[in-house]
Design a protein around this ligand. Sequence first.
Ligand code: ADP
Ligand code: MG
Length: 724
Amino acid sequence: MARRAADNGRMPDAPRAKSAPQKAMERLGLLRDIDLALHLPLRYEDETQLHPIAHTRDGQTAQVEGVVREAQVELRSRRQLVVRLADDSGEITLRFLNFYPSHQKVLARGQRVRVRGEVRGGFLGREMVHPTFKAVEPGAPLPASLTPVYPSSAQLPQVYLRKAITSAMARAPLDEVLPPAAIPAGLPPLKEAVRLLHQPPPGLPLSTLEDRSHPAWQRLKFDELLAQQLAQAQAVAARERLHAPVMAAATGPASLHARLRTALPFALTAAQARVCAEIDADLARPIPMHRLLQGDVGSGKTVVAALAAARAIDAGWQCALMAPTEILAEQHFHKLVQWLQPLGVTVAWLTGSRKGKARKAMLAQIASGEAGLVVGTHAVIQDDVVFSRLGLAVVDEQHRFGVAQRLELRHKLVETTGGALQAPQHGTGVERANTQAGAQSPGATSSAARLEPHLLTMSATPIPRTLAMTYFADLAVSTIDELPPGRTPIVTKVFADSKREQVIARIRDELQQGRQVYWVCPLIEESEALDLQTAIDAHAMLSAALSPWPVGLVHGRLPPAEKAATMAAFAAGELRVLVATTVIEVGVDVPNASLMVIEHAERFGLAQLHQLRGRVGRGSADSVCVLLYRNPLGDIARERLRIIFESQDGFEIARRDLQLRGPGELLGARQSGLPMLRHADLDRDAELVECARDLAAGPLAAQPERAAPIVARWLAGRGAFAQA
Ligand code: ADP
Ligand code: MG
């Protein structure tokens, strides 16, 4: 193993090319001594004892030592090396289907070897297939501790990794930085815990190590969770040092906010009123808001966003509202125009497909500040869009954007405000400033203040509590936990595809009663063409079966104008049936639709199914969601259908989704390749999560000299993740 630089614990730039194992270690993220020290065993092998051959049992993993009596290559169905090994108690056969001359040399007749493997007690006597083996001198000492087996890769042999870890452990900075009182009772100091896990003494019950319940494991997991919490706390602190426009609540009936509330055709639910107040309080602070508004499908998040926008506009700032798809953006646009235009607000509309003159005109409105609200897709933050004074950004359905996209969004917001990027502090890389805003701000008290917009994200996929605490501590969360009155529960039915005819009969019933119907086809990411074909086939089939009622079709390949026209016709009730790929998944709002059929429901994820189903049940009619599945059904798909059938509660569904998939996918982190927690498990270690959070928020909050080494050892180079 190469010598390491002592000062920073990093591999020195190798004068020679790196060896394959070195490269493999780097790929595993094992760069520093501390990374190696925190790379913990998956399991252990007990090589501390020798078993007399005669006492080994069928199925037992045993270590025996003996002298080779006989070794020969046999040609049965395959060429194989067969070795007879004997100790004082008896004999055992060792069988190797793959072997090299070097093996034969060690296993030659008369050699003493130590062998470890699973014993099979066959009719012809005991044998081991492919045991590990090594030549030993008589009386060679046995290891004093269990032998760790590490997560590794093909290019990185265990022996190499073991040596690297043992030597790194001696140098790694593992000194305890926590006062004893801060460590949960019964857990050992960190260094002790690390040593024990790498080199457990013989006689320690393996089960508590392997199921990770041993106090040493708990200590490690606690440290990791603490690092995560501290990193989050640092992100909060970094944000609190930034400045944002103060949007004091404008009072009086003349304010846009008051006029909008009066003009709304409904009263806010208590939950909506509560979250509005939470958002207002944030907007009135000189620190950028970073708040997630979560609420089940149909809970009425859009109006909350509109009221926040009204606050911003009242205070003399612009607001941008972004949605992940054009259709959703357009829905928002129509609704917001309907609400705000009569009150004198100019609402601009920007999507990728809007080009040429129309786009230029919009850009001018945005740059001059004439447009108070800008609605659109990501086009809103494209390079050539410059705001006069962006004060609030709202991102709808933020869970649909991956971690990387969300980070990009925050970077882009910097550019759109026309501000200059500050040098990133503390590696967060998202600080931004608006050099002109101080002068432009109607309410700015200090002309030197560099301002950045408030950020409100919205999602119908709730973040489970432990996940929120671990990854989103930097995020304030508001929850709408109540649906507007008059909603009808949705009945969910699950049918095999063979029941199609009955389903179509049901569609006819709905149409006769003046209702509207969605027919959803799956989006198959790998095969857009196949996806398209499913939708086209369904459209043809339904057009024929439901004639003379007109059936519309929207899918991802349609030109946006055509898509929009079809959606508008459906919203207006001219089209009574709409066949769609998942483009309607989010945000579409047609209260007269009372039946949704989802084809190939087994291909959809839980969150998707829940969101889709939420498109019906928005009016007063009883609503039904029919899930058609095609056999054969896999276990997970069956479980998903069962969950969606049993529950209508988005929180409950998200919780079970998390169990089914694990947190990585839920966060969209898996595709980004960013590492999640290495050792701790949010579900199983919920208690430790709470302890870590209390410590990070309490005693450690004011002790950066203690926090820094904890964060550094676990999270160096991973800080950006905390910002997404
Ligand atoms: P989501 O939270 O899924 O985005 P929307 O904002 O699209 O929900 O709202 C769903 C529907 O409920 C819309 O038609 C909206 O106008 C309506 N709505 C919102 N708030 C209320 C309310 N307090 N009372 C009645 N209807 C409401
Ligand atoms: Mg919505």
